[in-house]
Design a protein around this ligand. Structure first.
Ligand code: SF4
Length: 440
């Protein structure tokens, strides 16, 4: 039985044209991070984890022995160290039992270790100056308008619940509703529906003080019936409309919505949204109907895909960036058990969208324990899957000669800031087209 370090090293050797940093990054994302008491104490001076939408943790809050949910940083940067890492930004997913641990070196530096071997030095993200501010409602600005991706993205989860509710409708990998309940239970101020006024007030403060933010994302749960008397398109469009009226063109505007009919997509575009994320979650038809039962019942996979193509006519293909949850196609008890088959299925979907000029991207699946799949999966998909996916995603991007996805900041290792998967880290400058055949 090889050690975890040996498994990582083998994959680095197998994919010599991928940056080695991303192999560690994906392994940290699928496994989670532990923090020593010193590392937690130091984090107090930096940007805390805001729980911007889901929990993205591998244990529930009530199983965190050191109140990590209130103390860990939003992200870490891996840099230098024995492997001479170029700065690599990784989202923090709490797992006190993880073999990856942030602590202090003998010389007092913050370092990430795997099985007691140093991986890299660790940076914490600077605490945004505006995080300490309180809005006129008494809520903290951090709750209403947190930032992620090392300050690049303002993350506006304006609806912290989803109208797909319960086992028969919620996406099985998603803990949005359960996370809302656990955050409230644990005393965090967590707003179900953010008002336009509080969002605009928070953005006015950010606009006056901040120089790092370049984009905002409007997001939240699906609206299946009505919310505030509005359908999903109107509900999310009203925020974009107000933001763009008040701060025209100040940030790149993005929205995560279901695959809406053309009128709804048009409504968002007219409101000022320029990048549309109609997340398709998983490509395989059987898995889509099992893992996204609510979406299957209300819209259906074929119609979902057709509407993504329609979105490309409204926003322009490269401004349609549907997400999928990388690794969930291997989740027990429904998923593929063979890494090659899982990759083939996912890459069929990637090739389909990319052939239409659309830019699918992914987040690395975190089996949150309060999600339905979390009950069957204590850890994510094999690391081999995630590294293979990065390789094949980049091959296809280059084969179809597509541009870097807009709205994600600078591409490439050492520059990328996208923290919940490594697709931005693996982009090569002037992408050299390569054979898109399966990785070795
Ligand atoms: S549509 Fe699915 S993934 Fe999106 S918030 Fe609802 S349950 Fe979660």
């Amino acid at each position: 039985m090889s050690t975890r370090w040996e498994q990582v090293t083998k994959l680095i050797e197998r994919y010599p044209d991928l940056p080695p940093e991303v192999v560690f990054k994906e392994d940290v994302l699928r496994t989670g991070l532990a923090f020593s008491e010193d590392a937690l104490r130091i984090a107090a001076g930096y940007q805390p984890k805001a729980y911007f939408i889901f929990s993205f943790d591998l244990v529930p809050i009530d199983q965190m022995p050191n109140r990590e949910h209130l103390r860990v940083p939003e992200e870490i940067g891996l840099v230098g160290g024995p492997n001479d890492f170029r700065r690599t930004v990784v989202s923090v997913r709490v797992n006190p039992g993880s073999p990856y641990r942030v602590g202090l070196s003998n010389g007092g530096r913050l370092v990430l270790r795997l099985e007691d071997l140093e991986v890299a030095e660790v940076l914490y993200p600077p605490r945004p100056s505006f995080y300490g501010q309180t809005l006129s409602s008494g809520k903290s600005l951090m709750e209403i308008a947190p930032v992620i991706e090392w300050g690049y993205l303002i993350y506006l989860t304006v609806f912290r619940l989803c109208q797909y509710f319960g086992k028969e409708e919620e996406c099985r990998f998603c803990d949005i509703n359960e996370n809302f309940r656990q955050q409230r239970r644990n005393g965090r101020s967590y707003t179900a529906v953010k008002t336009l006024d509080e969002v605009l007030e928070a953005l006015a403060i950010i606009a006056a003080e901040d120089t790092a933010g370049r984009a905002y994302t409007l997001t939240g749960g699906s609206v299946v019936t009505r919310l505030d008397g509005l359908d999903e398109a109107d509900f999310y469009a009203r925020y974009a409309e107000a933001i763009e009226a008040r701060f025209p063109g100040r940030w790149i505007s993005k929205a995560v919505v279901q695959a809406l009919p053309r009128e709804g997509l048009r409504r968002l575009y007219d409101a000022g949204v320029r990048i549309c994320h109609n997340n398709y979650e998983v490509w395989d038809a059987r898995l889509f109907s099992l893992l996204c039962a609510g979406k299957q019942r209300h819209i259906g996979r074929d119609e979902w895909i057709r509407r993504i193509l329609e979105a490309s006519e409204v926003f322009g293909p490269t401004h349609v960036i549907p997400n999928f949850v990388a690794g969930v196609e291997m989740a027990r008890p429904y998923g593929f058990t063979d890494v090659g088959q899982a990759l083939d299925s996912t890459c069929e979907g990637l090739a389909f969208f990319m052939a239409n000029g659309i830019l699918p991207r992914f987040t690395t699946w975190c089996p949150e324990p309060l999600s339905h799949l979390g009950k069957h999966n204590r850890e994510g998909a094999p690391l081999e899957y995630h590294v293979g996916l990065l390789h094949r995603w980049r091959c296809l991007l280059e084969e179809f000669r597509l541009p870097d996805p807009p709205g994600y900041g600078p591409p490439g290792i050492g520059r990328a800031v996208f923290s919940v998967s490594s697709f931005m880290d693996v982009i090569r400058p002037n992408g050299v087209p390569v054979d898109a055949s399966p990785a070795p």
